[in-house]
Design a binder for this molecule. Structure first.
Ligand SMILES: [Zn+2]
Length: 707
């Protein structure tokens, strides 16, 4: 006589007929059928008894239920029951994967994100994040969830799918002018530069708690300029008695000296704050960026200069600052050429970049930027590369806007599946683009359910375009309409290799096909923008964890394909593979056209062996910005410094020549931001290992110029 059932987790429970009846009932309900479940249950129980066992496991019972349904010619119910079983198995797998993740995070936070640390708060946040990822995946319609689960698409920041939006260019000037409230009490407009600088950091910190991505000051130097003037007025008032003891000229010099000192201290405060001020449950400093370089006044230029010089000094012992990401905008007639009023700022920016890998540089003479500049709009970039300018639902330009959410296509997989047939490839691409659009539309519907009070600072305090006039209980839909919805791609190089045997760094044929593919994506998003009245855009995805995720799926599915799946990462967006030997000029010329196509964000890197000089950086940028239409660029090198005294070290050396310490910190750029070497994800570790410099035989020149 049957007595016990052995459950999947090994537990023994008493046999209970009603459980069988319930399972059959659920399958029947799915088909809207009226069945005599009692009779079927009786038959199954008979079969179990016939086995003459004392205990039986769950799988055996389920097989018997399926057999019985088949015997009764209820094949459709059998199929429904079998689906029910599969779904239960899927949910169980999810649960056990989740438990495994939670367990692993308890040991060490994963390396999905290069700037998350390892303390209690980060672990707790990672566990919550992992849990909500699974929760969202289980709620997304199965056919959409599948795209993500099997690696056709990647839904970025799945943990935030139902909670918030990605990133924001903060209109800092406007907020400081009108004051704001971060949740308790009103912050009135600042009266001096120190307070303005401090509040600029609070703005980033408060925004970061509402969003899953980064935030930027869209026009930092100009936004700080009014508070330079107020500070000057304050100094004049404080010391006006001195006017009787010195000439007007002497007094002005005295005032300017005092002012410079205070501005420098305020800017040092920004650098220190943005590297220490933890946000998001205390687990990481805000992902911050700051756009400068096009001052509208000499006071703005003073901010720009002081900020760059303070960043150059580094932290307390001279350590490399990780944040903010600085974007220096270059423009002919403003700062690009000798004789331009702010040429000296460009020179300082290059010098600082040579020591600190920051700033990165943006070309306002690229035709697509110039179009806006000439209309009085200053294009800006988020440190992660997000670029927001056009707007089908409101005012253009980056101010108060950001990306809402990106989805990325596994492009190499399409290349592999097309088996060299280009027409077939474009057919697959269209189908994938439609899936990406469909999945983001689902996210749109979910996010529409959020109210202003769910994003209390960025929506409640009207930092986001579209939030004007909304109150706490209104849907955030108008905000969603003003942001961008990006469809990104990864691994153009591997895609081309799988299609025609060479990538765009290797052959003209591949290059032309590469442009055609990315333009195809852009044409799709442009068309969808008109049809859906949403700002669809084409994104050169900064694939951080994703570089390793997609390729792992494809290795398992397709095996080792030379030049395609034979390493641990897919190449970032449209980049020429990091291990491909190519000159700086060729890299610039090949990648430049993609910048215009990828209107949701793009960046090109030049890798330098050893430390460059400011002149080296300037000569690279001069070439790039005069001889091509390239926009956003970062000059990368592997930075190493002594943690005890801040001294920068040569590659390979493990002892500080200044203080003999062996405590050495390495830093590299990952997907736009700087990151400590030990926080790299495995895909990115492999990628960095393969990076070779683009300065060809000239490495000695760069190596010579050390600090
Ligand atoms: Zn040292």
């Amino acid at each position: 006589m049957i007595c016990y059932v052995i459950k999947r987790d090994g537990r023994k429970v008493k046999f209970d007929e009603t459980k069988i009846q319930n399972a059959i009932l659920l399958s029947a309900n799915e088909l809207d059928l009226e069945l005599d479940t009692g009779k079927i249950t009786g038959l199954v129980t008979e079969k179990i008894k016939d086995l003459g066992l004392e205990e039986i496991d769950v799988e055996q019972i389920q097989d018997l239920i399926e057999n019985t349904l088949d015997d009764l010619d209820l094949n459709h119910v059998a199929v429904a029951y079998s689906n029910y079983r599969k779904e239960r198995t899927r949910l169980r797998d999810i649960k056990s994967d989740l438990m495994r993740s939670v367990h692993n995070i308890g040991i060490e936070t994963d390396r999905d994100n290069a700037n998350v640390g390892n303390n209690f708060s980060s672990k707790l946040l990672r566990i919550a994040s992992e849990t909500n990822k699974w929760h969202n995946l289980s709620k997304i319609p199965k056919e959409l969830a599948k795209y993500h689960e099997i690696g056709d698409l990647h839904f970025h920041d799945l943990d935030s799918y139902n909670l918030t939006t990605n990133c924001l260019n903060i209109d800092t000037g406007d907020l400081l002018k009108r004051g704001f409230n971060t949740g308790y009490g009103t912050i009135t407009p600042p009266k001096r530069i120190e307070t303005a600088a401090e509040l600029s950091c609070i703005l980033l910190q408060a925004s970061q708690n509402d969003m899953f991505g980064g935030q930027s000051h869209v026009n930092f130097d100009n936004d700080m300029a009014p508070y330079v003037k107020l500070t000057r007025d304050e100094i004049i008032k404080e010391f006006e008695l001195l006017l009787s003891t010195m000439t007007k000229e002497e007094f002005d010099t005295f005032v300017e000296q005092k002012l410079h000192k205070r501005v420098h201290q305020a800017m040092q405060g920004v650098v220190y704050n943005l590297n220490t001020m933890h946000s998001r449950a205390g687990s990481q400093v805000p992902f911050s960026s700051l756009n400068i370089g096009i001052p509208h006044s000499d006071d703005a230029a003073l901010i720009c200069e002081s900020f760059l010089l303070e960043y150059e000094k580094g932290l307390g012992k001279g350590e490399q600052p990780i944040f903010p990401n600085i974007i220096f905008r270059v423009k002919d007639g403003v700062n690009r050429e000798e004789g331009d009023p702010y040429f000296y700022l460009y020179e300082i920016a290059c010098k600082v970049a040579a020591k600190r890998m920051n700033p990165t540089f943006m070309n306002l003479d690229a035709d697509f930027n110039k179009e806006y500049y000439d209309k009085g709009i200053l294009p800006a970039t988020m440190g992660c590369r997000t670029y927001v300018c056009s707007n089908i639902n409101g005012p253009e330009g980056p101010d108060k806007r950001g990306n809402i959410a990106p989805t990325t296509i596994n492009l190499p997989r399409l290349g592999i599946l097309a088996k060299g047939n280009i027409d077939k490839f474009f057919e697959l691409l269209d189908s994938r683009l439609n899936s990406a659009r469909e999945s983001l539309m689902h996210r749109y519907d979910i996010l529409c359910k959020l109210k202003v009070k769910d994003l209390p600072f960025v929506a409640g305090e009207h930092l986001l375009l579209g939030s004007e006039g909304l109150s706490a209980n209104d849907s955030i839909e108008p905000i969603l309409k003003n942001g961008t919805w990006s469809i990104g791609f990864i691994g153009l190089a591997e895609t081309l290799t799988s299609l025609i045997g060479s990538h765009h760094g290797e052959s003209v044929e591949a290059r032309e096909l590469g442009y055609k593919i990315v333009q195809h994506i852009r044409d799709f998003t442009d068309k969808a923008t008109k049809e859906d009245k949403l700002n669809w855009s084409c994104y050169a995805t900064p694939a951080e964890g994703l570089s390793g995720r997609f390729i792992a799926f494809d290795q398992e599915r397709f095996g080792n394909i030379p030049g395609v799946t034979d390493k641990d990462y897919y190449t970032n967006s449209y980049h020429v593979p990091v291990g491909h030997k190519i000159s700086i000029k060729d890299k610039i010329q090949i990648e430049a056209p993609f910048h215009k196509m990828c209107n949701a964000g793009h960046i090109s890197y030049i890798e330098i062996d050893g430390y460059p000089t400011g002149d080296t950086i300037k000569s690279i940028l001069d070439y790039a910005y005069k001889e091509s239409n390239i926009n956003y660029m970062g000059i990368n090198f592997h930075l190493r410094y002594c943690k005890d005294c801040g001294h920068q070290l040569l590659q390979g050396s493990t002892t500080c020549p200044k203080c003999s310490s062996n405590d050495i910190q390495g830093i590299s750029r990952v997907t736009g931001y700087l990151s400590l070497d030990e926080r790299f994800g495995s895909g990115k570790i492999a990628e960095r290992h393969d990076r070779i410099s683009h300065d060809g035989n000239n490495t000695a020149v760069y190596k010579k110029n050390l600090l």
